[in-house]
Design a protein around this ligand. Sequence first.
Ligand code: GLN
Length: 474
Amino acid sequence: MKPYTSLNLIQEDLSSGALSCVQLVEYFLSNIEKKKHLNVFLEVYDEEAKAAAKLIDSKLKEGTAGPLAGLVVSIKDVLCHTDHGLQGSSHILDGFKSQFNGTAVQRLLDADAIIIGRTNCDEFAMGSSNENSAFGPVLNDIDNDRVPGGSSGGAAVSVQADMCMIALGSDTGGSVRQPAAFCGIVGLKPTYSRISRHGLMAYASSFDCVGILGKNISDVAITLETIAGKDEYDSTVSQTPVPQYSKKLKPADSYKIAYIRETLETEGINPEVKGKTLEAIEKLKNNGHEVEVVDFPLLDHLLATYYILTTAEASSNLSRYDGVKYGFRSPNTTDLESMYKKTRSEGFGHEVKTRIMLGTFVLSASYYDAYYTKAQKVRRMIRDETKKILSKYDFIVLPTTPTTAFKLGEHSEDPLEMYLADLFTVQSSVSGLPTISIPNGTDEGGLPIGLQIVSDDFQEDKILAFSEYLMNLN
Ligand code: GLN
């Protein structure tokens, strides 16, 4: 079977009879098998996916198939899928099975998408390289000595290595966009509250978003319009109507775009990443768009704000894993207290424990105001300042990451070095704004570089149309 680059092409061949869903699933399963060493999937649902494909093939014949017929999807191991394992790549949830479908997962299934497996990620989505998984790292398919990014590393490589068309991931501080950039694919973090969080394992609830990784804009757009929107199971989800994004991909004639001076003057930025960002800016100018530089002095405070608030929320969210309700319970316990302690000490990995302790510290009575309250105030300033820029411009563009994919083990010793990988992605997360990462060429060694496009709340339609335009601009 030929490799397909979009759902549109798949659906053309499905309707002409040149292709069946069964063939498609078998093709992706064979790629998964061939590239097992990449450690992308924690579980592959081969028989189930083949059975679903058979059913959808017969629906196609009867003309009753849903809009996503032919879309083969992977889901990150943080999304609930009835009767399927779910463990946030952590030993603390060993043996746990989900009792319900998350809303995003349910809507995919209702539209006849086929779920092929659940993907490896950093434990509880905490990380930027996928090296924090309890099940070993995922390898970048372009260079197996390098990381795919994180925390949705398995999700990104499942698309990169042609094991499915679309991957659902989660993005709290860049976990969809950063791996998309490292793997040369598209990654969308929608506006906070655009997609229901029902059935998304909680890391930092005021930041967490379901995100979408794909090979092209139209596949991401149709997936978004299927899974977004109001949901009776999540009272925080937005009631804003969901446009048909896939039908709104025509760009405007001209745009006003800002880029942030400080991002390109950052000490740790790789010169090739900077060069490609400037090239994209030049290209836009040459095509008649207005592109201007703006200042954003708060850049220096982004990571501290993000890591104070997310660790605080994580310490509270992860208190539920105590050996009583879910998954793993330490066998070495003598009484209730030792059960809690031993279960949590043995079940969680190093990074997760570090963050729970940090978060507990910033929420403790003596330090609450100095850290947590202050970070909340700075969060508001960051959102206000970013929205001020967006009141004058259609988009902000900035590199997705300061560097290209780094080597496995390169940043494992020093957490601060690892956190720097998130420098450019956390601004939108702290602000709740929609942002996409699209491929923006490669460095001299062939490693992909990503470009982020940020817009004001709920302007995913604008972002997607502009991305489609920019990805086709020569
Ligand atoms: N790398 C960031 C972190 O570790 C982002 C993670 C995410 O978006 N889930 O917090």
